[in-house]
Design a protein around this ligand. Structure first.
Ligand code: B16
Ligand code: MG
Length: 212
């Protein structure tokens, strides 16, 4: 095997929560009278909650205090968490499930490296609460992607050197983070267009070939 471990981004790689992020941010944007659309939502991929709100506020005419920012991001998260309850094992595709099982059969350690503070909750909804060898997420980092911290912590949690880990990412900030951490990375979805991945995946199952 080329690697000892694979570190997966969560949103956009293992599952798709974009529509819930969109609905929750839309509710906040509407309350504040800020224009918000799918294009702006796409810029929030892989970016932390507060940084996402700063991007949304680019369209806000006015000043907002830190207290207000905390109020609105907390409110967004409450709406988002209610929406996440709609998720279930049905949201884990057969392709993702069988590929994860195949990678495990290869003897690879499998970890999550996500900016989300809701990663544990999402994994439980998907029926993956106990599946991964380690979960590094928004709760154990101080610097979010493109800083490599979340992936370096994931490598540390599984006891492997960064150069022995492959990162799988759907966002440019995530590819930058992997590269900054001296890790190879497989781009999937929108991230393919950046041309920054060590590999470009057409489909999640391509991972089975990439690692061997
Ligand atoms: P939360 P990932 C990221 O997850 C999402 O892509 C991004 O849209 C979101 O703002 C971020 O998590 C923080 O999420 O508000 O749940 O803490 O792609 O890094 O798995
Ligand atoms: Mg992502």
């Amino acid at each position: 095997m080329k690697y000892q471990a694979v570190i997966f981004d969560l949103d956009g790689v293992i599952c798709h929560t974009d529509k819930y992020h969109y609905q929750a941010w839309k509710e906040i944007a509407d309350e504040l009278g800020i224009e918000f659309n799918e294009m702006i939502n796409n810029r929030l991929r892989g970016v932390s909650r507060m940084e996402s709100f700063e991007i949304i506020l680019e369209k806000y005419n006015g000043e907002m205090s830190e207290e207000e920012k905390i109020h609105y991001t907390t409110k967004k998260n409450e709406v988002y968490k209610k929406l996440l309850k709609n998720m279930s094992e049905k949201d884990l595709t057969a392709e993702v499930k069988s590929t994860l099982e195949g990678l495990r059969e290869y003897g690879l350690k499998l970890a999550i490296g996500s900016s989300s503070k809701n990663a544990g909750f999402i994994l439980e909804r998907l029926g993956l609460g106990n599946f991964f060898d380690a979960v590094s997420d928004g709760n154990n980092i101080t610097n979010s992607k493109p800083d490599p911290e979340v992936f370096l912590k994931a490598a540390e949690f599984v006891g492997e050197k960064p150069e022995d880990c492959l990162v799988v990412e759907d966002a440019k900030a995530g590819l930058e983070a992997a590269i900054a951490g001296k890790m190879d990375c497989a781009a999937i979805g929108d991230a393919v267009a950046c041309g920054m991945g060590t590999y470009n995946l057409k489909s999640f199952a391509d991972l089975l070939e990439v690692v061997s």
